[in-house]
Design a protein around this ligand. Sequence first.
Ligand SMILES: Nc1ncnc2c1ncn2[C@@H]1O[C@H](COP(=O)(O)OP(=O)(O)OP(=O)(O)O)[C@@H](O)[C@H]1O
Ligand SMILES: [Mg+2]
Length: 390
Amino acid sequence: MKALIISHDSELQADVASQGSARMPAVEVLAVRQGLRDAVERLLPDSPGLVVLDASELAPGEAELLEPLARHYPRAAFMLLTRAPQQDLLIRAMRAGMREVLALPLDHRAFHDAMDRIEVDAGITRMRNGKALAFISCKGGSGATFLSTNFGYALAELGGCKVLLMDLHGQFGDATLYVSDQKPVMTLSDICAQIGRMDGAFLDSCLVHVAPGFGVLAAADDPAQAVEMKPDHMDIILRVARQHYDYILLDVGRQIDALSLRALDHADVIYPVLQLALPDIRDGRRLLDIFRSLGYPAERIRLIVNRYEKGGKLRLADLSSALGAEVAHTVPNDYLAATDSVNQGVPLLQLSRSSALARSLGELVELVTARRIPESKGLFDRLFGRGEDI
Ligand SMILES: Nc1ncnc2c1ncn2[C@@H]1O[C@H](COP(=O)(O)OP(=O)(O)OP(=O)(O)O)[C@@H](O)[C@H]1O
Ligand SMILES: [Mg+2]
């Protein structure tokens, strides 16, 4: 979005410009004018999308220029900044169709909230009302991190969704390493420490960007800071995340703490990940008992059987009846493809696009989004033939 900034105050001009440039998509400063009169005398040939107008030092009679300015830029959204809101100014602003009025000194969160509303109105972004999906391994090493990270990538790349993965493993989280070689600059604990700054732009700036539609928020790595993380922080993070992402994947890890428990409370669906073996089933039963005692409804819990091989002694039906839950999806065992991907830190879909594992991730995308993926259909059907059941 292109912006015109109108202010005598060079510090405020710089502040608005830097906050705007940190947004996704960035707000680009088209021009700066030193006050309302200057803005009306030197009109821009093309209407900007946004006019940020500092009305704190208006000369007598200058307020009358608000309406002509608004008429010149009929397609622009106006953000009015004032130090002491005067009633007549506000009435004029409202008459001129200016809806966003913010107090100075500029509060960055209020600025970004207003920008969110302006971008939604302008059709640049939409409030997404995203879904939170939790992945939790029933037994250590069942594959929850491998599946959630690679599924996040598949959701973004095949499903065209905007996806955020939060690593909730406490201090031993390593989800970013499964799909990226970038070192996270910010972690979950940094966000909690600066929760007052929380908005879509801040959240996005804290992520390791794996693909254009897929970002990973690294786990808290400093045990001292972990103390500062409170369940209330999770409420705020998830509220903002739901507005800006289609899916928020939670890689919960096996140590459930107060923070990850709050995340599970919010999850729309919980996918316990387990392998078809007795120790996994035993631990799975304990986990599901905990969920029942927490009052989570049965339809929110959907099992994923990982490293599944047909023809074993234990059958999927045995697992279902032992745990009292349906198996939503199975993922084949593919040691080479999985190990290659994990060792290189490259998403499986990038590395082994034609593997059975890639196909299974594509099917999970279709299951979760309830949409057929046209490319994957062609690709998967050509590579594997039709009708192979899970
Ligand atoms: N479908 C699969 N086929 C073959 N190997 C797999 C498959 N899924 C996962 N793996 C392997 O299992 C290993 C453990 O997976 P992962 O780290 O995701 O488990 P986890 O459930 O997150 O464990 P933790 O409890 O430690 O968090 C990975 O290194 C990966 O290579
Ligand atoms: Mg893990």
